[in-house]
Design a protein around this ligand. Structure first.
Ligand code: SF4
Length: 289
């Protein structure tokens, strides 16, 4: 079966076999997200999924990485996921990693044993959109996963050796709740201690409920300088012991990368220079999602 667009995947999965096991996102409730607004959620038929795997394997039997799509493929029960993972292991002898986006509840609804079973079948990385560590902000934007649930998800995944790549959305609190966004995000990340972390910057997508809030004046977006300051304050509060950090997403005005704790001061110095106008920011026209 042909892939049903739109397809959204993390930058790090550009060379992976993109295997669609669901269409859309099972939550599809976030006010800022336009990703799957025109896609009705459904789990693909198991036969279709297995046929897609065979179809790809005929052309690329040496595939090493597989990314399960769409928005939260781990909503599938293990009774559906394990046969898919077994088939991947069978047809791709060099398979080294299977990954997927995950909502918090996708992980917390599985037992420790089920998570270990996934890891034993090479599912070793999840991408989890925390967006903000402030529960109030998450509720305001309609995110179905809560902060505590997502912290538990990352911690329980780590216990099963599944690494988490956590995504923070700068600017999600707007001007009014920027301080809450910073404080909550620092606390959540310090408790999560994710292996990977990335920052994206909020871009208001036409047609979303957030765009309506902006039009009504209920939500005031941060400008580039305010986003840099938010980024600075969040990083300043981090007490991360082993996290690889990237903020090279197209939505960001400034690309950063480093590892915590070693590069914390260097990252803050770069941000200070950018805030002081010493580093040229990405022009608005080059930003994207
Ligand atoms: S959970 Fe993720 S994919 Fe689903 S609506 Fe929210 S931001 Fe979009």
């Amino acid at each position: 079966m042909a892939i049903v667009e739109p397809v959204i995947r993390p930058p790090a999965e550009s060379d992976s076999f993109l295997l669609q096991v669901t269409l859309g996102c099972s939550a599809n409730s976030c006010s800022f997200c336009g990703a799957y607004k025109n896609k009705t959620f459904r789990i693909k038929d198991q036969k279709e999924i297995l046929a897609d795997i065979h179809g790809y394997a005929r052309r690329h039997s040496d595939a090493r990485r597989v990314f399960l799509m769409d928005g939260d493929a781990l909503v599938l029960s293990n009774s559906k996921l394990i046969p898919i993972l077994e088939k991947l292991e069978q047809v791709f002898p060099r398979l080294s990693r299977v990954s997927s986006y995950a909502n918090g509840c996708n992980i917390t609804q599985k037992s420790d044993q089920e998570l270990t079973e996934l890891y034993d079948h090479k599912l070793s990385l999840i991408y989890l959109g925390l967006e903000s560590g402030s529960q109030d902000i998450l509720e305001r934007c309609g995110k179905s996963s809560g902060v505590e649930e997502m912290i538990e998800a990352v911690q329980r995944a780590a216990k099963a050796h599944i690494k988490a790549s956590v995504i923070v959305l700068l600017g999600l609190g707007g001007r009014k709740y920027s301080a809450e966004h910073v404080a909550g995000t620092i606390e959540a990340l310090n408790r999560m201690q994710p292996r990977y972390l990335s920052f994206l910057s909020l871009m208001v997508i036409p047609g979303t409920p957030l765009a309506e809030e902006v039009r009504n004046g209920d939500f005031k977006e941060l400008n580039s300088l305010e986003l840099l300051k938010e980024s600075y304050e969040i990083i300043k509060g981090f007490d991360l012991t082993k996290t690889i950090f990237r903020s090279d997403h197209a939505s960001n005005y400034l690309a950063l990368e480093g590892a915590f704790p070693k590069d914390k001061m260097a990252l803050l110095n770069i941000l200070e220079s950018a805030i002081g106008g010493e580093i040229r920011l990405k022009p608005e026209s080059l930003r994207g999602l």
